[in-house]
Design a protein around this ligand. Structure first.
Ligand code: GDP
Ligand code: MN
Length: 368
């Protein structure tokens, strides 16, 4: 899960990393006000989750504060690599003397966090690796030992930065590892880390949280406004909602549907071991989509229990105002109990995915 720059900066700052003063805004008028508060030239930065935002036109430097409103308006109207701009970070413009690169990421093959750092920041790491591979310092952190400040300073020294700033750059690398560890990150990156007359600070902040650890990063979910359900959910142009447990099964369900001439309205993977409540929420989500004519629920219970699925479905049907036909394929763990619950409620079910897909398409076609 990638985190927005403004949230990442708050987190970095919380662990001691200096960041420029800034304010998050939602309208051009707010941008103007924020710039007035800052009182000097500003950078307007689109809060989008795409890389290479600057090059794609997502960052505008404004020297004349009377231009802030207009420039912000332009940004709010634009899309950066397809992503609409809903928020801007209004940040003091920096007088940059040099740009460094510092990141900590998980090296899966080494099974260790790796620090990568370079005196030549600003460009992305791929470009850096192409153009100046020998200018990148790589340092593996032993996860079984404590990472110590002198090791971080050693990295700063190897980067080749001026000796007077080695302690500061070192402490930022040290603090960045605190972020990495505390927030279950797979990537924590500062690019550029800038050297200005006012000191050294993170001009940009990138933070990606390990999806499998997201459940324990509630603070981030709250700031970023991320809903609790972690469904993999994609809206599609068709009219049959496909819900499955596991991405592979959900995709096969979609394939099967297409095979019989149906068009999926959703890809919704409820994941492994979804609870009764989760299944209810998934059902509610697709039923609330007015393009959905039929729901095709495709469950092969492993960790997910068929009886939980059956109960989750019934709860929604009882409460729902819309009467959407549901075709259920239900097998796997606790299937007898699950099927019994459905049968008792007068709901039919299939055990073969193929039969269920065919039935969903037929019902949909018969509705015209
Ligand atoms: P990114 O394109 O999403 O990585 O956005 P960055 O925040 O890293 O900004 C891209 C580039 O804008 C930086 O590498 C700087 O060279 C340049 N830049 C120029 N002035 C400023 C400034 O005042 N603040 C920031 N953040 N970047 C600036
Ligand atoms: Mn950047």
């Amino acid at each position: 899960m990638r985190i927005h720059e403004h949230t990442a900066k708050k987190i970095f700052q919380g662990e001691g990393i200096p960041v420029p003063s800034s304010q998050l805004v939602k309208t051009p008028q707010e941008a103007e006000k924020a710039a007035k508060n800052i009182g000097k030239p500003v950078a307007l930065k689109a809060q989008v989750l795409v890389g290479g935002r600057g090059k794609a036109g997502g960052i505008k430097l404004v020297d004349d504060l009377s231009q802030v409103c207009e420039t912000a308006e332009e940004l709010f109207r634009s899309k950066i690599k397809g992503e609409p701009v809903k928020k801007l970070l209004v940040e003091e413009k920096l007088d940059i003397k040099s740009e460094f690169y510092v990141s900590i990421s998980m090296d899966r093959s080494a099974r260790k966090p790796i620090v990568m750092a370079s005196m030549n920041g600003g460009m992305d790491i791929e470009e850096l690796a192409r153009e100046n591979p020998d200018k990148i310092v790589k340092y593996y952190i032993n996860p079984l030992e404590e990472f110590l400040p002198y090791q971080a300073r050693e990295i700063a020294r190897k980067m080749g930065v001026e000796s007077s700033i080695i302690p500061k750059v070192g402490s930022i690398i040290f603090d960045l590892f605190k972020v990495f560890k505390k927030y279950d990150a797979t990537i924590a990156e500062i690019n550029p880390l800038v050297y200005t007359d006012e000191g050294i600070m993170a001009a940009d902040a990138k933070l990606i949280i390990d999806d499998d650890a997201f459940y324990r990063q509630k603070k981030i979910a709250k700031i970023e406004n991320i809903p609790k359900d972690e469904f993999a959910y994609v809206k599609l142009p068709g009219n049959i909602a496909v819900i499955g447990n596991g991405a592979g099964l959900t995709l096969s369900g979609m394939d099967m549907l297409k095979l019989f001439g149906g068009e999926p309205a959703t890809f919704l993977d409820i994941g492994g071991g979804a609870s009764e409540e989760n299944i209810s929420r998934a059902m509610e989500l697709v039923i609330s989509n007015e393009h959905v004519k039929v729901v095709f629920l495709n469950v092969l219970g492993g960790i997910t229990r068929a009886d939980d699925v059956a109960r989750g479905v019934l709860n929604v049907l009882k409460a729902s105002e819309r009467d959407v036909p549901i075709v259920i394929r239900l097998t796997g763990t606790n299937e007898d109990e699950g099927q019994r619950i459905l049968a008792e409620a007068g709901l039919s079910f299939e055990t073969s995915m193929e039969e269920a897909a065919k039935k969903a398409v037929n019902i949909c076609n018969s509705m015209g």
